[in-house]
Design a protein around this ligand. Structure first.
Ligand SMILES: [Fe+2]
Ligand SMILES: [Fe+2]
Length: 256
């Protein structure tokens, strides 16, 4: 089976581009299951039931998030009620929603896990300490994918190798910059350090480049506006052997 993982969708432009290109891509590449990171789908910070529904309507089976998971208050109830929307598992237990989900696709079940890195990010529970418990709880599910939402390439690669042979794939999100290291690790786990983003290409992480330049020049708070212009969708497709749950290939795409 083919599992597609899509980089952080940024704002309305990102949502609209996803709607335009995802259905066609799925059809052309015979994709069976789609995971989309939606943490920036509302104006770059968080998501709302409306932006989440737009991502589902475009063809996502599961939406993952990250450090912006709780950027919008109106999403909190939706996290509790929607099984296909997850937030990093290493938030405190009091946080709304769930950190992993198992989706029954009839012929097979797919488990999607979300975790936040702690290097240069919020100091949540240790993701390495926590992932073993989640793998134990989900051991009946052969196909398991982790969205590791983290800043540091080192932390993400270490997680990939830590889980090599134990999960189907690990893909990184958060930096919005795709890395060229998509691969199948030695013991059979599909891997990429960062899958990239979905939104305006001529931007700094989806934000107007002028805003970002001003912030770095003045070191003062600056209001961030979503950029306008041509969009792209960065994604990776992992082919998974449903008998072993391990990856056969990893392929990266940018769809303009
Ligand atoms: Fe992001
Ligand atoms: Fe993020």
């Amino acid at each position: 089976m083919k599992i597609m993982c899509v980089g952080d969708v940024c704002g309305e432009n990102g949502c609209n581009h996803l709607r335009k290109v995802l259905p066609v891509f799925k059809r052309e590449h015979s994709v069976d299951f789609v995971i989309v990171n939606g943490e920036n789908s509302y104006n770059g910070k968080g998501l709302t039931p409306k932006t989440a529904r737009s991502i589902f309507d475009s063809g996502a089976d599961v939406i993952t998030t990250g450090n912006h998971a709780f950027g919008r208050f109106e999403s909190y109830e939706y996290y509790d009620s929607c099984e296909n929307l997850i937030r990093p598992a290493n938030y405190p237990k009091t946080a709304p929603g769930r950190g992993y989900t198992v989706i029954d696709m009839l012929r097979y079940k797919v488990c999607v896990i979300n975790m936040l890195g702690t290097l240069f990010l919020d100091p949540l529970d240790d993701p390495f300490g926590m992932i073993d418990g989640i793998l134990e709880q989900t051991k009946d599910c052969r196909i398991r994918i982790l969205d590791f939402h983290a800043e540091a390439t080192s932390e993400k690669r270490a997680m990939g190798f830590y889980l090599d042979g134990r999960v189907s794939a690990v893909f990184g999100t958060h930096t919005h910059i795709p890395t060229a290291d998509e691969t199948v690790l030695p013991n059979g786990t599909g891997y990429i350090t960062d899958v990239g983003m979905t939104g305006v290409e001529d931007s700094v992480l989806g934000v107007k480049k002028e805003n970002a330049i001003e912030m770095f020049r003045t070191r003062m708070p600056v209001k961030f506006d979503g950029a306008d212009g041509k969009c792209k969708m960065d994604c990776v497709v992992f082919e998974i052997d449903t008998k072993t749950g391990l990856a056969l290939s990893a392929q990266r795409f940018t769809v303009r």
